[in-house]
Design a protein around this ligand. Sequence first.
Ligand code: G3H
Ligand code: 13P
Ligand code: ZN
Length: 330
Amino acid sequence: MALVPMKQILEEARKKGYGVGAYNVNNMEQIQAIMAAAQKTKSPVVIQASRGALKYSNFIYLKHLMQAAVEENPDIPIAMHLDHGNSLESCKKAISLGFSSVMIDGSLKEDGKTPSDYEYNVNVTRSVVEYAHAYGVTVEGEIGRLGGIEDGVGSGSVHVTDPDEAKKFVEATGLDALAIAIGTSHGAYKFKGDKHLAFDVLEKVRKLIDIPIVLHGASSVPQELIDKVNKYGGKMPGATGVPMEHLKKAIKLGVTKINVDTDGRLAVTGAIREVFANSPDKFDPRDYLGPARDQLAGLITKKMQDFGTAGHSGDYKPIGLEEMKRAYKK
Ligand code: G3H
Ligand code: 13P
Ligand code: ZN
């Protein structure tokens, strides 16, 4: 079994300077697609579920689907990660399901929308760190605020991370990975004009902190996926994402974990729309979920190659939560 604390996957990646994609999932086909890509490219991987995804699956279904991926792929280091936990309670719930990593997004209040203040963020993050580390579970936190509210995560008001505050935050909380805001946002409409990212802020943060850096809202929204969705009846005018060249630069400057949800959604939706448009006689879910799974596996394969994750699944001996627990105690 290669369920590992996310900390190990990210620290190993940081040593060698490559990025690791963290891919959001809601169902079996998405998990299978990620694992097919990880097997093909020999990549470690972070599989992440949002609170919404867990609720959608009655918690227990996604838990077992993720565990099936772990069981079926003993040669791939896999972290099961909670994306955008909003409270100590939501993180406790994920840990009780067997997740090896949680995010506490204390940049927002518990409603997941209202901006919080620094004190609130420190307190809630520190409480999660205390709880999670006792189980050997990794904690990701966030300082600064992403924009973009169309997927229900984010306040809509961007607040680029202050590097000095990031340093203070890491010291005050003892967390394992830090998400920063440098101009990305969630969803398929990230930029109105210039696709500018605050690389200078990333560089400053990198110099000041010594834990892996996370970039949320990192989908590229490839034009060919948008074209396909639109060609087969979708309507997504003006969709834009973060160019792969920007992501490669961000990895070079110190980003280790790259969060991707929207691109996966686009790949799946385009493939399903194509089947429906070309074969209106089809009504077996396997006839459209199968192509959707293949399309997603192809997308993630390419990302694993572009992020530099490919070829690294066998670089290190995966450790379990018990070993991590002991390491935290030292
Ligand atoms: O960052 C948020 C992810 O895209 C998850 O979105 O809450 O709609 O599952 P969701
Ligand atoms: P995208 O919407 O750019 O895919 O970002 C996903 C994300 O940050 C999940 O936490
Ligand atoms: Zn996010």
